[in-house]
Design a protein around this ligand. Structure first.
Ligand code: FES
Ligand SMILES: [Fe+2]
Length: 419
């Protein structure tokens, strides 16, 4: 974890790098400045925003836990004996130690190794060694009470198997937070069916965390950058598409239908198109239409600030963003399916997952462009990006030739950050 100083009390201590009132030209320091990043942690990740923590099936029984992070703060998702999910901050109430180091496991109680304070699954302090001293010596003062020293417990909402948490208990409810348009996209995948866990991939990407949100809010790069998509026809600029965005502009969804017939050759002149490239294993293109898709074959949903829900034909994953400084973030992919899937469908989902993840035939490209963009920002502090495809405003569209979703996110970012 990178060391960082306490954030300034308010945004007024930071000189705004923006040169206009809009959100279509984003200045380099938004991606590189340590003090802006610190303010993001406070206002966005630790403020009134819901963060994705995991899937309920990751902690199937009482005492099962998973360690993850919201912003830079380590948290533990754990199921209690009543079957409820808690999200507890991984910080001992004694001397602040980040006591849990395992990624996941199953425990009767949570024990801090330093001085063995132990907590139940709700974060309540159960016991403290030497509370009454040893042979009449030492011990805690009379007024010490176990009740006064629980772990920090976050506000939690579980929706159809997906767990969100927030440090600020005053946050609005999750449904209101997502808004009707994004909620509909969320519920399209997570409609209450039992989920199954297929595995994880993890990577550290040396770029600012927002670049990953931008990447998914940019629906026209896949048909240009990704050789795989362009060459094998999974994503093209002439696909029927819809972009949805919540009222505040912070979340978005891109729905698209794979072209059944080639109407014109939109791959012509695109450098990533490889006429002579063929697949050795055709199972990668063994796509089977599923009833719940409706008319769309792809749905990519970004929920600000830390998760992307992916349905790319038969491949399903959540992609969690964990920032580790202004210039890097951890990206955790959780691949899943449904309990009702046949063995054949499970294999199909796993095979198609090869397109994604750190070394995915498609996603490896995204990790690289994010790294190389960050390099550009670092070297050019006076630079501003240009996000004006489709105009300068923010709103839903019936096509994907636009950067409107990126503008939406920065319009909201400026409001929250007061920069
Ligand atoms: S720091 Fe955890 S028990 Fe002392
Ligand atoms: Fe991409």
């Amino acid at each position: 974890m990178s060391p960082h100083q306490a954030p300034p009390a308010n945004a007024k201590d930071i000189a705004s790098p923006w040169r206009d009132d809009g959100s279509s030209r984003i200045p380099s320091p938004v991606y590189t400045s340590r003090e802006i990043y610190d303010l993001e942690l406070e206002r966005i990740f630790y403020g009134k925003h819901w963060s994705y923590v995991g899937l309920e099936i990751e902690v199937p029984e009482a005492g099962c836990f998973k360690r993850t992070a919201i912003g830079e703060r380590s948290v533990i998702m754990i199921r209690n004996r009543k079957g409820e999910i808690n999200v507890l901050e991984n910080r001992c109430a004694h001397r602040a130690m980040r006591f849990c180091q395992e990624r996941s496991g199953k425990v009767k109680t949570l024990v801090c190794p330093y001085h063995q304070w132990n907590y139940n699954h709700d974060g309540k302090l159960l016991g403290v060694p030497f509370q009454r001293g040893v042979k009449g010596n030492g011990g805690m003062p009379e007024d010490f009470s176990l009740e006064d020293h629980p772990l920090n417990r976050l506000k939690v909402e579980v929706r159809n198997g997906v767990v969100f948490a927030c440090f600020d208990h005053e946050v609005e409810d999750l449904e209101t937070y997502l808004g009707p348009e994004i909620l509909a996209c969320f519920d399209r995948t997570f409609d209450g069916r039992q989920l199954t866990l297929h595995g994880y991939s993890r990577q550290r990407i040396p770029g600012n965390w927002k670049l990953m949100m931008e990447n998914i809010k940019d629906p026209y790069h896949p048909g240009l950058l990704h050789t795989w998509f362009v060459t094998f026809g999974l994503w093209r600029a002439d696909n029927e598409s819809q972009l949805r965005i919540d009222e505040k502009g912070r979340h978005a969804a891109m729905l698209s239908r794979r072209a059944q017939k080639v109407t014109e050759n939109v791959a012509e002149g695109v450098t990533s198109f490889r006429q002579n490239m063929t697949l050795h294993d055709m199972r990668l293109l063994d796509i089977v239409q599923e009833d719940w898709w409706g008319q769309h074959t792809v749905c990519m949903t970004t929920v600000f600030p830390n998760v992307i829900f992916q349905q790319q034909v038969n491949s399903l994953s959540t992609r969690q963003i964990i920032p580790v400084g202004p210039d890097a973030f951890d990206f955790v992919w959780t691949h899943f399916g449904f309990a009702e899937d046949s063995e054949e469908m499970t294999q199909r989902r796993l095979t198609q997952a090869n397109l994604f993840g750190p070394a995915g035939f498609v996603s490896a490209d995204d990790g690289e462009v994010i790294e190389f963009s960050q390099e550009g920002f670092r070297q050019a502090p006076e630079f501003s990006t240009l996000c004006e495809l489709g105009g300068r405003d923010v709103g839903p569209t019936e096509h994907n030739v636009t950067e409107t979703l990126i503008r939406g996110m920065y319009r909201y970012w400026r409001e929250v950050m007061e920069l």
